[in-house]
Write a protein that binds this ligand. Structure first.
Ligand code: UDP
Length: 255
């Protein structure tokens, strides 16, 4: 047995060389970081939960024709993905004011926005992922105008899908972050959703109590992160066997 080649190690995930050309293995670690790694902890069980939640969401996105890098889950912590060239942007979709938007514009957290808002941040640890405009993106060649159009159209489709999915689980989708990649097939290139969608990258509030079921529990030292992620997984119906404390309810999709 030879050791797998590690392609990249990030804050919460590792990418290994995949079994076939054009594939990679995405491994979910238990590490939690915030404020550009200034805060760091190991939270046992987080990686397993994110792998399952992300699998569930990406499978459904693929099924409704939103292309993602996801192929299939391999085991508790790993999924097989398509190798893509990552667009160096973090694309945030917001439905409700929270986090950096609430701070920047002096809005109260929880204020419903007049419409969904898409923001772009340039992926750079040294610069703390600064907010950028489409002008910066095209001028500096991070993405073309056509790619920005594709990214925005896909981001809104993901938002519509996730909003309905979580609404069916009595969860309010406040905001979330997406990353996109360029998938090359011969002469063709298409933009696909990459990275992950999980409670690490979304703000999820219980619809009635407003309880936070996402990474803000870690950012804001609230504790109970694994329990919150378990609750999200349980409501989505993705926990099984011994992990399941009560029967899965599963989402009730809004017609
Ligand atoms: N987000 C993320 N990774 C980042 C920054 C933000 O997944 O590096 C997510 C975050 O979980 C939230 C949304 O993007 O769901 C918007 O985050 P915001 O800009 O409010 O930043 P924060 O308050 O987390 O610093």
């Amino acid at each position: 047995m030879s050791r797998r080649r590690r392609i990249y190690e990030g804050k919460a995930k590792i990418l290994y060389e995949g079994p076939e050309p054009g594939t990679l293995v995405q491994h979910f670690k238990d590490d939690a970081t915030a404020f550009n790694r200034k805060k760091h902890a190991q939270i046992e069980g987080k990686g397993v939960l994110n792998n399952r939640i992300c699998e569930f969401i990406f499978q459904h996105l693929n099924a409704i024709g939103v292309p993602t890098h996801f192929i299939r889950r391999l085991n508790m912590r790993e999924q097989l993905i398509r190798e893509v060239e990552i667009v160096p942007l973090e694309v945030v979709v917001r439905n409700v004011a929270a986090g950096s938007l609430a701070k920047r514009l002096g809005m109260e957290e929880g204020t419903q926005l007049p419409r969904s808002i898409i923001e772009f941040y340039y992926k750079s640890d040294e610069l703390d992922d600064p907010l950028v405009s489409e002008e910066h993106i095209t001028a500096f060649g991070w993405a073309t105008p056509q790619e920005i159009d594709d990214i925005m159209a896909l981001a809104l489709r993901v938002n519509d899908f996730l909003t309905g999915l979580f609404l069916g689980c009595n969860i309010r989708l406040v905001d979330f972050k997406l990353e996109f990649g360029r998938q090359f097939e011969g002469e063709m290139m298409r933009i696909v959703v990459a990275d992950e969608i999980s409670p690490d990258s979304c703000r999820l509030w219980d619809m009635e109590s407003g309880e936070k079921l996402d990474k803000d529990r870690f950012r804001r030292d609230m504790g109970g992160l694994v329990e919150a992620y378990q609750e999200v997984a349980r409501r989505l119906g993705v926990l099984s066997g011994s992990e399941q404390q009560s029967p899965p309810r599963g989402p009730v999709l809004v017609q």
